[in-house]
Design a protein around this ligand. Structure first.
Ligand SMILES: Cc1cc2nc3c(=O)[nH]c(=O)nc-3n(C[C@H](O)[C@H](O)[C@H](O)COP(=O)(O)OP(=O)(O)OC[C@H]3O[C@@H](n4cnc5c(N)ncnc54)[C@H](O)[C@@H]3O)c2cc1C
Length: 484
């Protein structure tokens, strides 16, 4: 017989199985109630049509149905407002002694949770949180000197040394059907329409799906080709990566399930699985970095790079706009930016090339690009996005060296040799052969392509300018050191 109510507060863990907070709630012996809050502090800054909101909405509908399938009178409680107010109020209404949630280590989320915990405590209630979103978090992996890792390879080695089957085991949730509470009186059944939340429906890429069913379908497909991941992952025209990032971001799939599969296959000698596991470790790496260095979410990880003089003014703004709209005249960069605009997803190789182009060809502050990606990406994740941008901009802890500047034409020739990906997003270049599709301007003005621009900057000149821009900061740094 269960006594009392345990409230499970869903945030970036939108699923009903292998869920740490749910397992804790079940363990508490109380009846379990679920809530999700559409947080107006976050929603207020989003456009009326936002793919992320559509994804969350469709996923919550799946969860609500899943709960009702277990118990007809049960369902998901959906709030709309400020969690710091709604969660303590709901806990009081339900008489819940504890609210169970999984860690969210983004700085704003930590502040929110501290305030929720404070308000719950006023009433003698507790916010109980734990690890769920990553395999190792916070200070679980430290260097031998007891410091957080800032370089990926030693972090990865420590991760692989430390990992055990225990870390990859699923959290049991079998008892849910018996523990589920009925919806409390006064709460409506079913989901509010998007319009009630102030949003319009937005189309999601069909292949992405939503909810755990969407994640399962994608992972089933990826498991059959994981062994080819290492060979294909860098070629955007190929079906190389898993496309699971949005599901990982919103927790429609458990990281333990994915890492377990990759780890077991790696032990059996699968090279593709080994490389894929390494990407999942990058994800953990950036999360622990965010936890230990929250300042880097707003400024350069290496503070000396905050002194870089970025381009500003009308010309810089026009360049930024051209970059956002896929009009730089460099086909691989433009195709990537159009993929982002059209689908909310961008292939990893293209994220690196497009980010590098913004910083090292256009000379623009990496934070402008970071903010644009944050707005557009379905899988936007503060830790990974910031990590990726600081890597490309050379301002990060384990970043691309500042003097390494991707040549967008060579990247294009290497990773999209036939121009198949380029032509998918830039049909005006469809007739070009493999020689010209990477640099259409070589055909000369007589053959320019309707609707496709000439390059907005010259690669060699941009490269020189960037080297000087970074060298100036380095020089100042050396002078300062010399004075010390
Ligand atoms: C400038 C830039 C911005 C980025 N912004 C984001 C972001 O907002 N959200 C995000 O999830 N990833 C981001 N990445 C990392 C990476 O590009 C995406 O995770 C990947 O492209 C997602 O596609 P996938 O799921 O098919 O990846 P797969 O190749 O199948 O990788 C599996 C999973 O590993 C994780 N992963 C892979 N690469 C990285 C990485 N470099 N850093 C951290 N985690 C990684 C992701 O969770 C991914 O879903 C960014 C990279 C760069 C260079």
């Amino acid at each position: 017989m269960r006594t009392g109510t345990a409230l499970v507060w869903l945030r970036r863990d939108l699923r009903l199985s292998d869920h740490a907070a749910l397992a804790q709630a079940l363990h508490s012996g109380a009846s379990v109630q679920f809530v999700f809050v559409f947080d107006t502090d976050i929603l207020k800054d989003l456009p009326r049509m936002d793919r992320r909101v559509a994804f969350i909405h469709a996923t919550l509908a799946e969860i609500d149905q899943g709960l009702r399938a277990l118990l007809a009178d049960a369902g998901l409680l959906v709030g709309h407002g400020r969690p710091v107010e709604l969660i303590p109020r709901l806990a009081a209404e339900l008489g819940a002694a504890a609210v169970f949630a999984n860690h969210d280590d983004e700085p704003a989320a930590l502040e929110r949770d501290a305030e929720v915990a404070r308000r719950l405590a006023l009433d003698g209630r507790r916010l109980r949180t734990g690890k769920d979103h990553v395999i190792f978090e916070r200070s679980e992996l430290l260097t031998s000197a007891g410091k957080p890792y800032t370089i990926f390879t030693p972090y990865k080695n420590a991760w692989l040394r430390r990992i055990s089957h225990q870390d990859l085991m699923a959290h049991a949730s079998e008892g849910l059907a018996r523990a589920l509470a009925k919806l409390p009186p006064g709460w409506r059944r079913g989901m509010p329409a998007l319009a009630e939340l102030g949003f319009e429906p937005d189309e999601l890429p069909a292949a992405l799906g939503a909810g755990s069913a969407g994640a399962e379908a994608l992972f089933d497909d990826f498991e059959s080709r994981m062994d080819r991941y290492a060979a294909l992952r860098d070629f955007p025209a190929q079906k190389g990566p898993s496309y699971l990032s949005t599901h990982l971001r919103f927790g429609t799939v458990s990281i333990r399930r994915l890492a377990r599969s990759a780890y077991e296959r790696m032990l059996a000698g699968d090279r593709g699985a080994e490389v894929w596991l390494s990407e999942l470790i990058w994800r953990d790496f950036y999360h622990q970095l965010m936890h230990h260095h929250p300042y880097a979410m707003k400024s350069a990880f290496k503070p000396e790079y905050d002194a870089i003089q970025w381009e500003q003014g009308p010309k810089a703004d026009a360049h930024f706009q051209a970059w956002c709209e896929g009009r730089t005249g460099y086909p691989l960069v433009d195709a990537g930016m159009l993929q982002l605009r059209e689908s909310g997803y961008m292939h990893n190789r293209l994220r690196m090339v497009a980010a590098s182009f913004l910083v090292k060809h256009l000379g623009l502050d990496w934070r402008r690009g970071e903010a644009y990606f944050a707005e557009q990406l379905l899988d936007f994740d503060l830790a990974a996005n910031n990590g990726g941008w600081q890597w490309a901009a050379s301002t990060g802890c384990d970043a691309q060296p500042w003097f390494r500047i991707f040549n967008p034409v060579l990247q294009s020739q290497r990773f999209d040799p036939e121009g198949r990906f380029i032509k998918r997003y830039l049909p005006q270049l469809a007739a070009l052969d493999a020689k010209h599709v990477h640099r259409p301007w070589r055909l000369g003005p007589a053959l320019t392509h309707p609707g496709y621009p000439a390059p907005i900057v010259d690669h060699a000149a941009a490269r020189e300018k960037t080297l000087a821009r970074f060298a100036a900061v380095k020089k100042r740094l050396h002078l300062n050191i010399a004075v010390l």
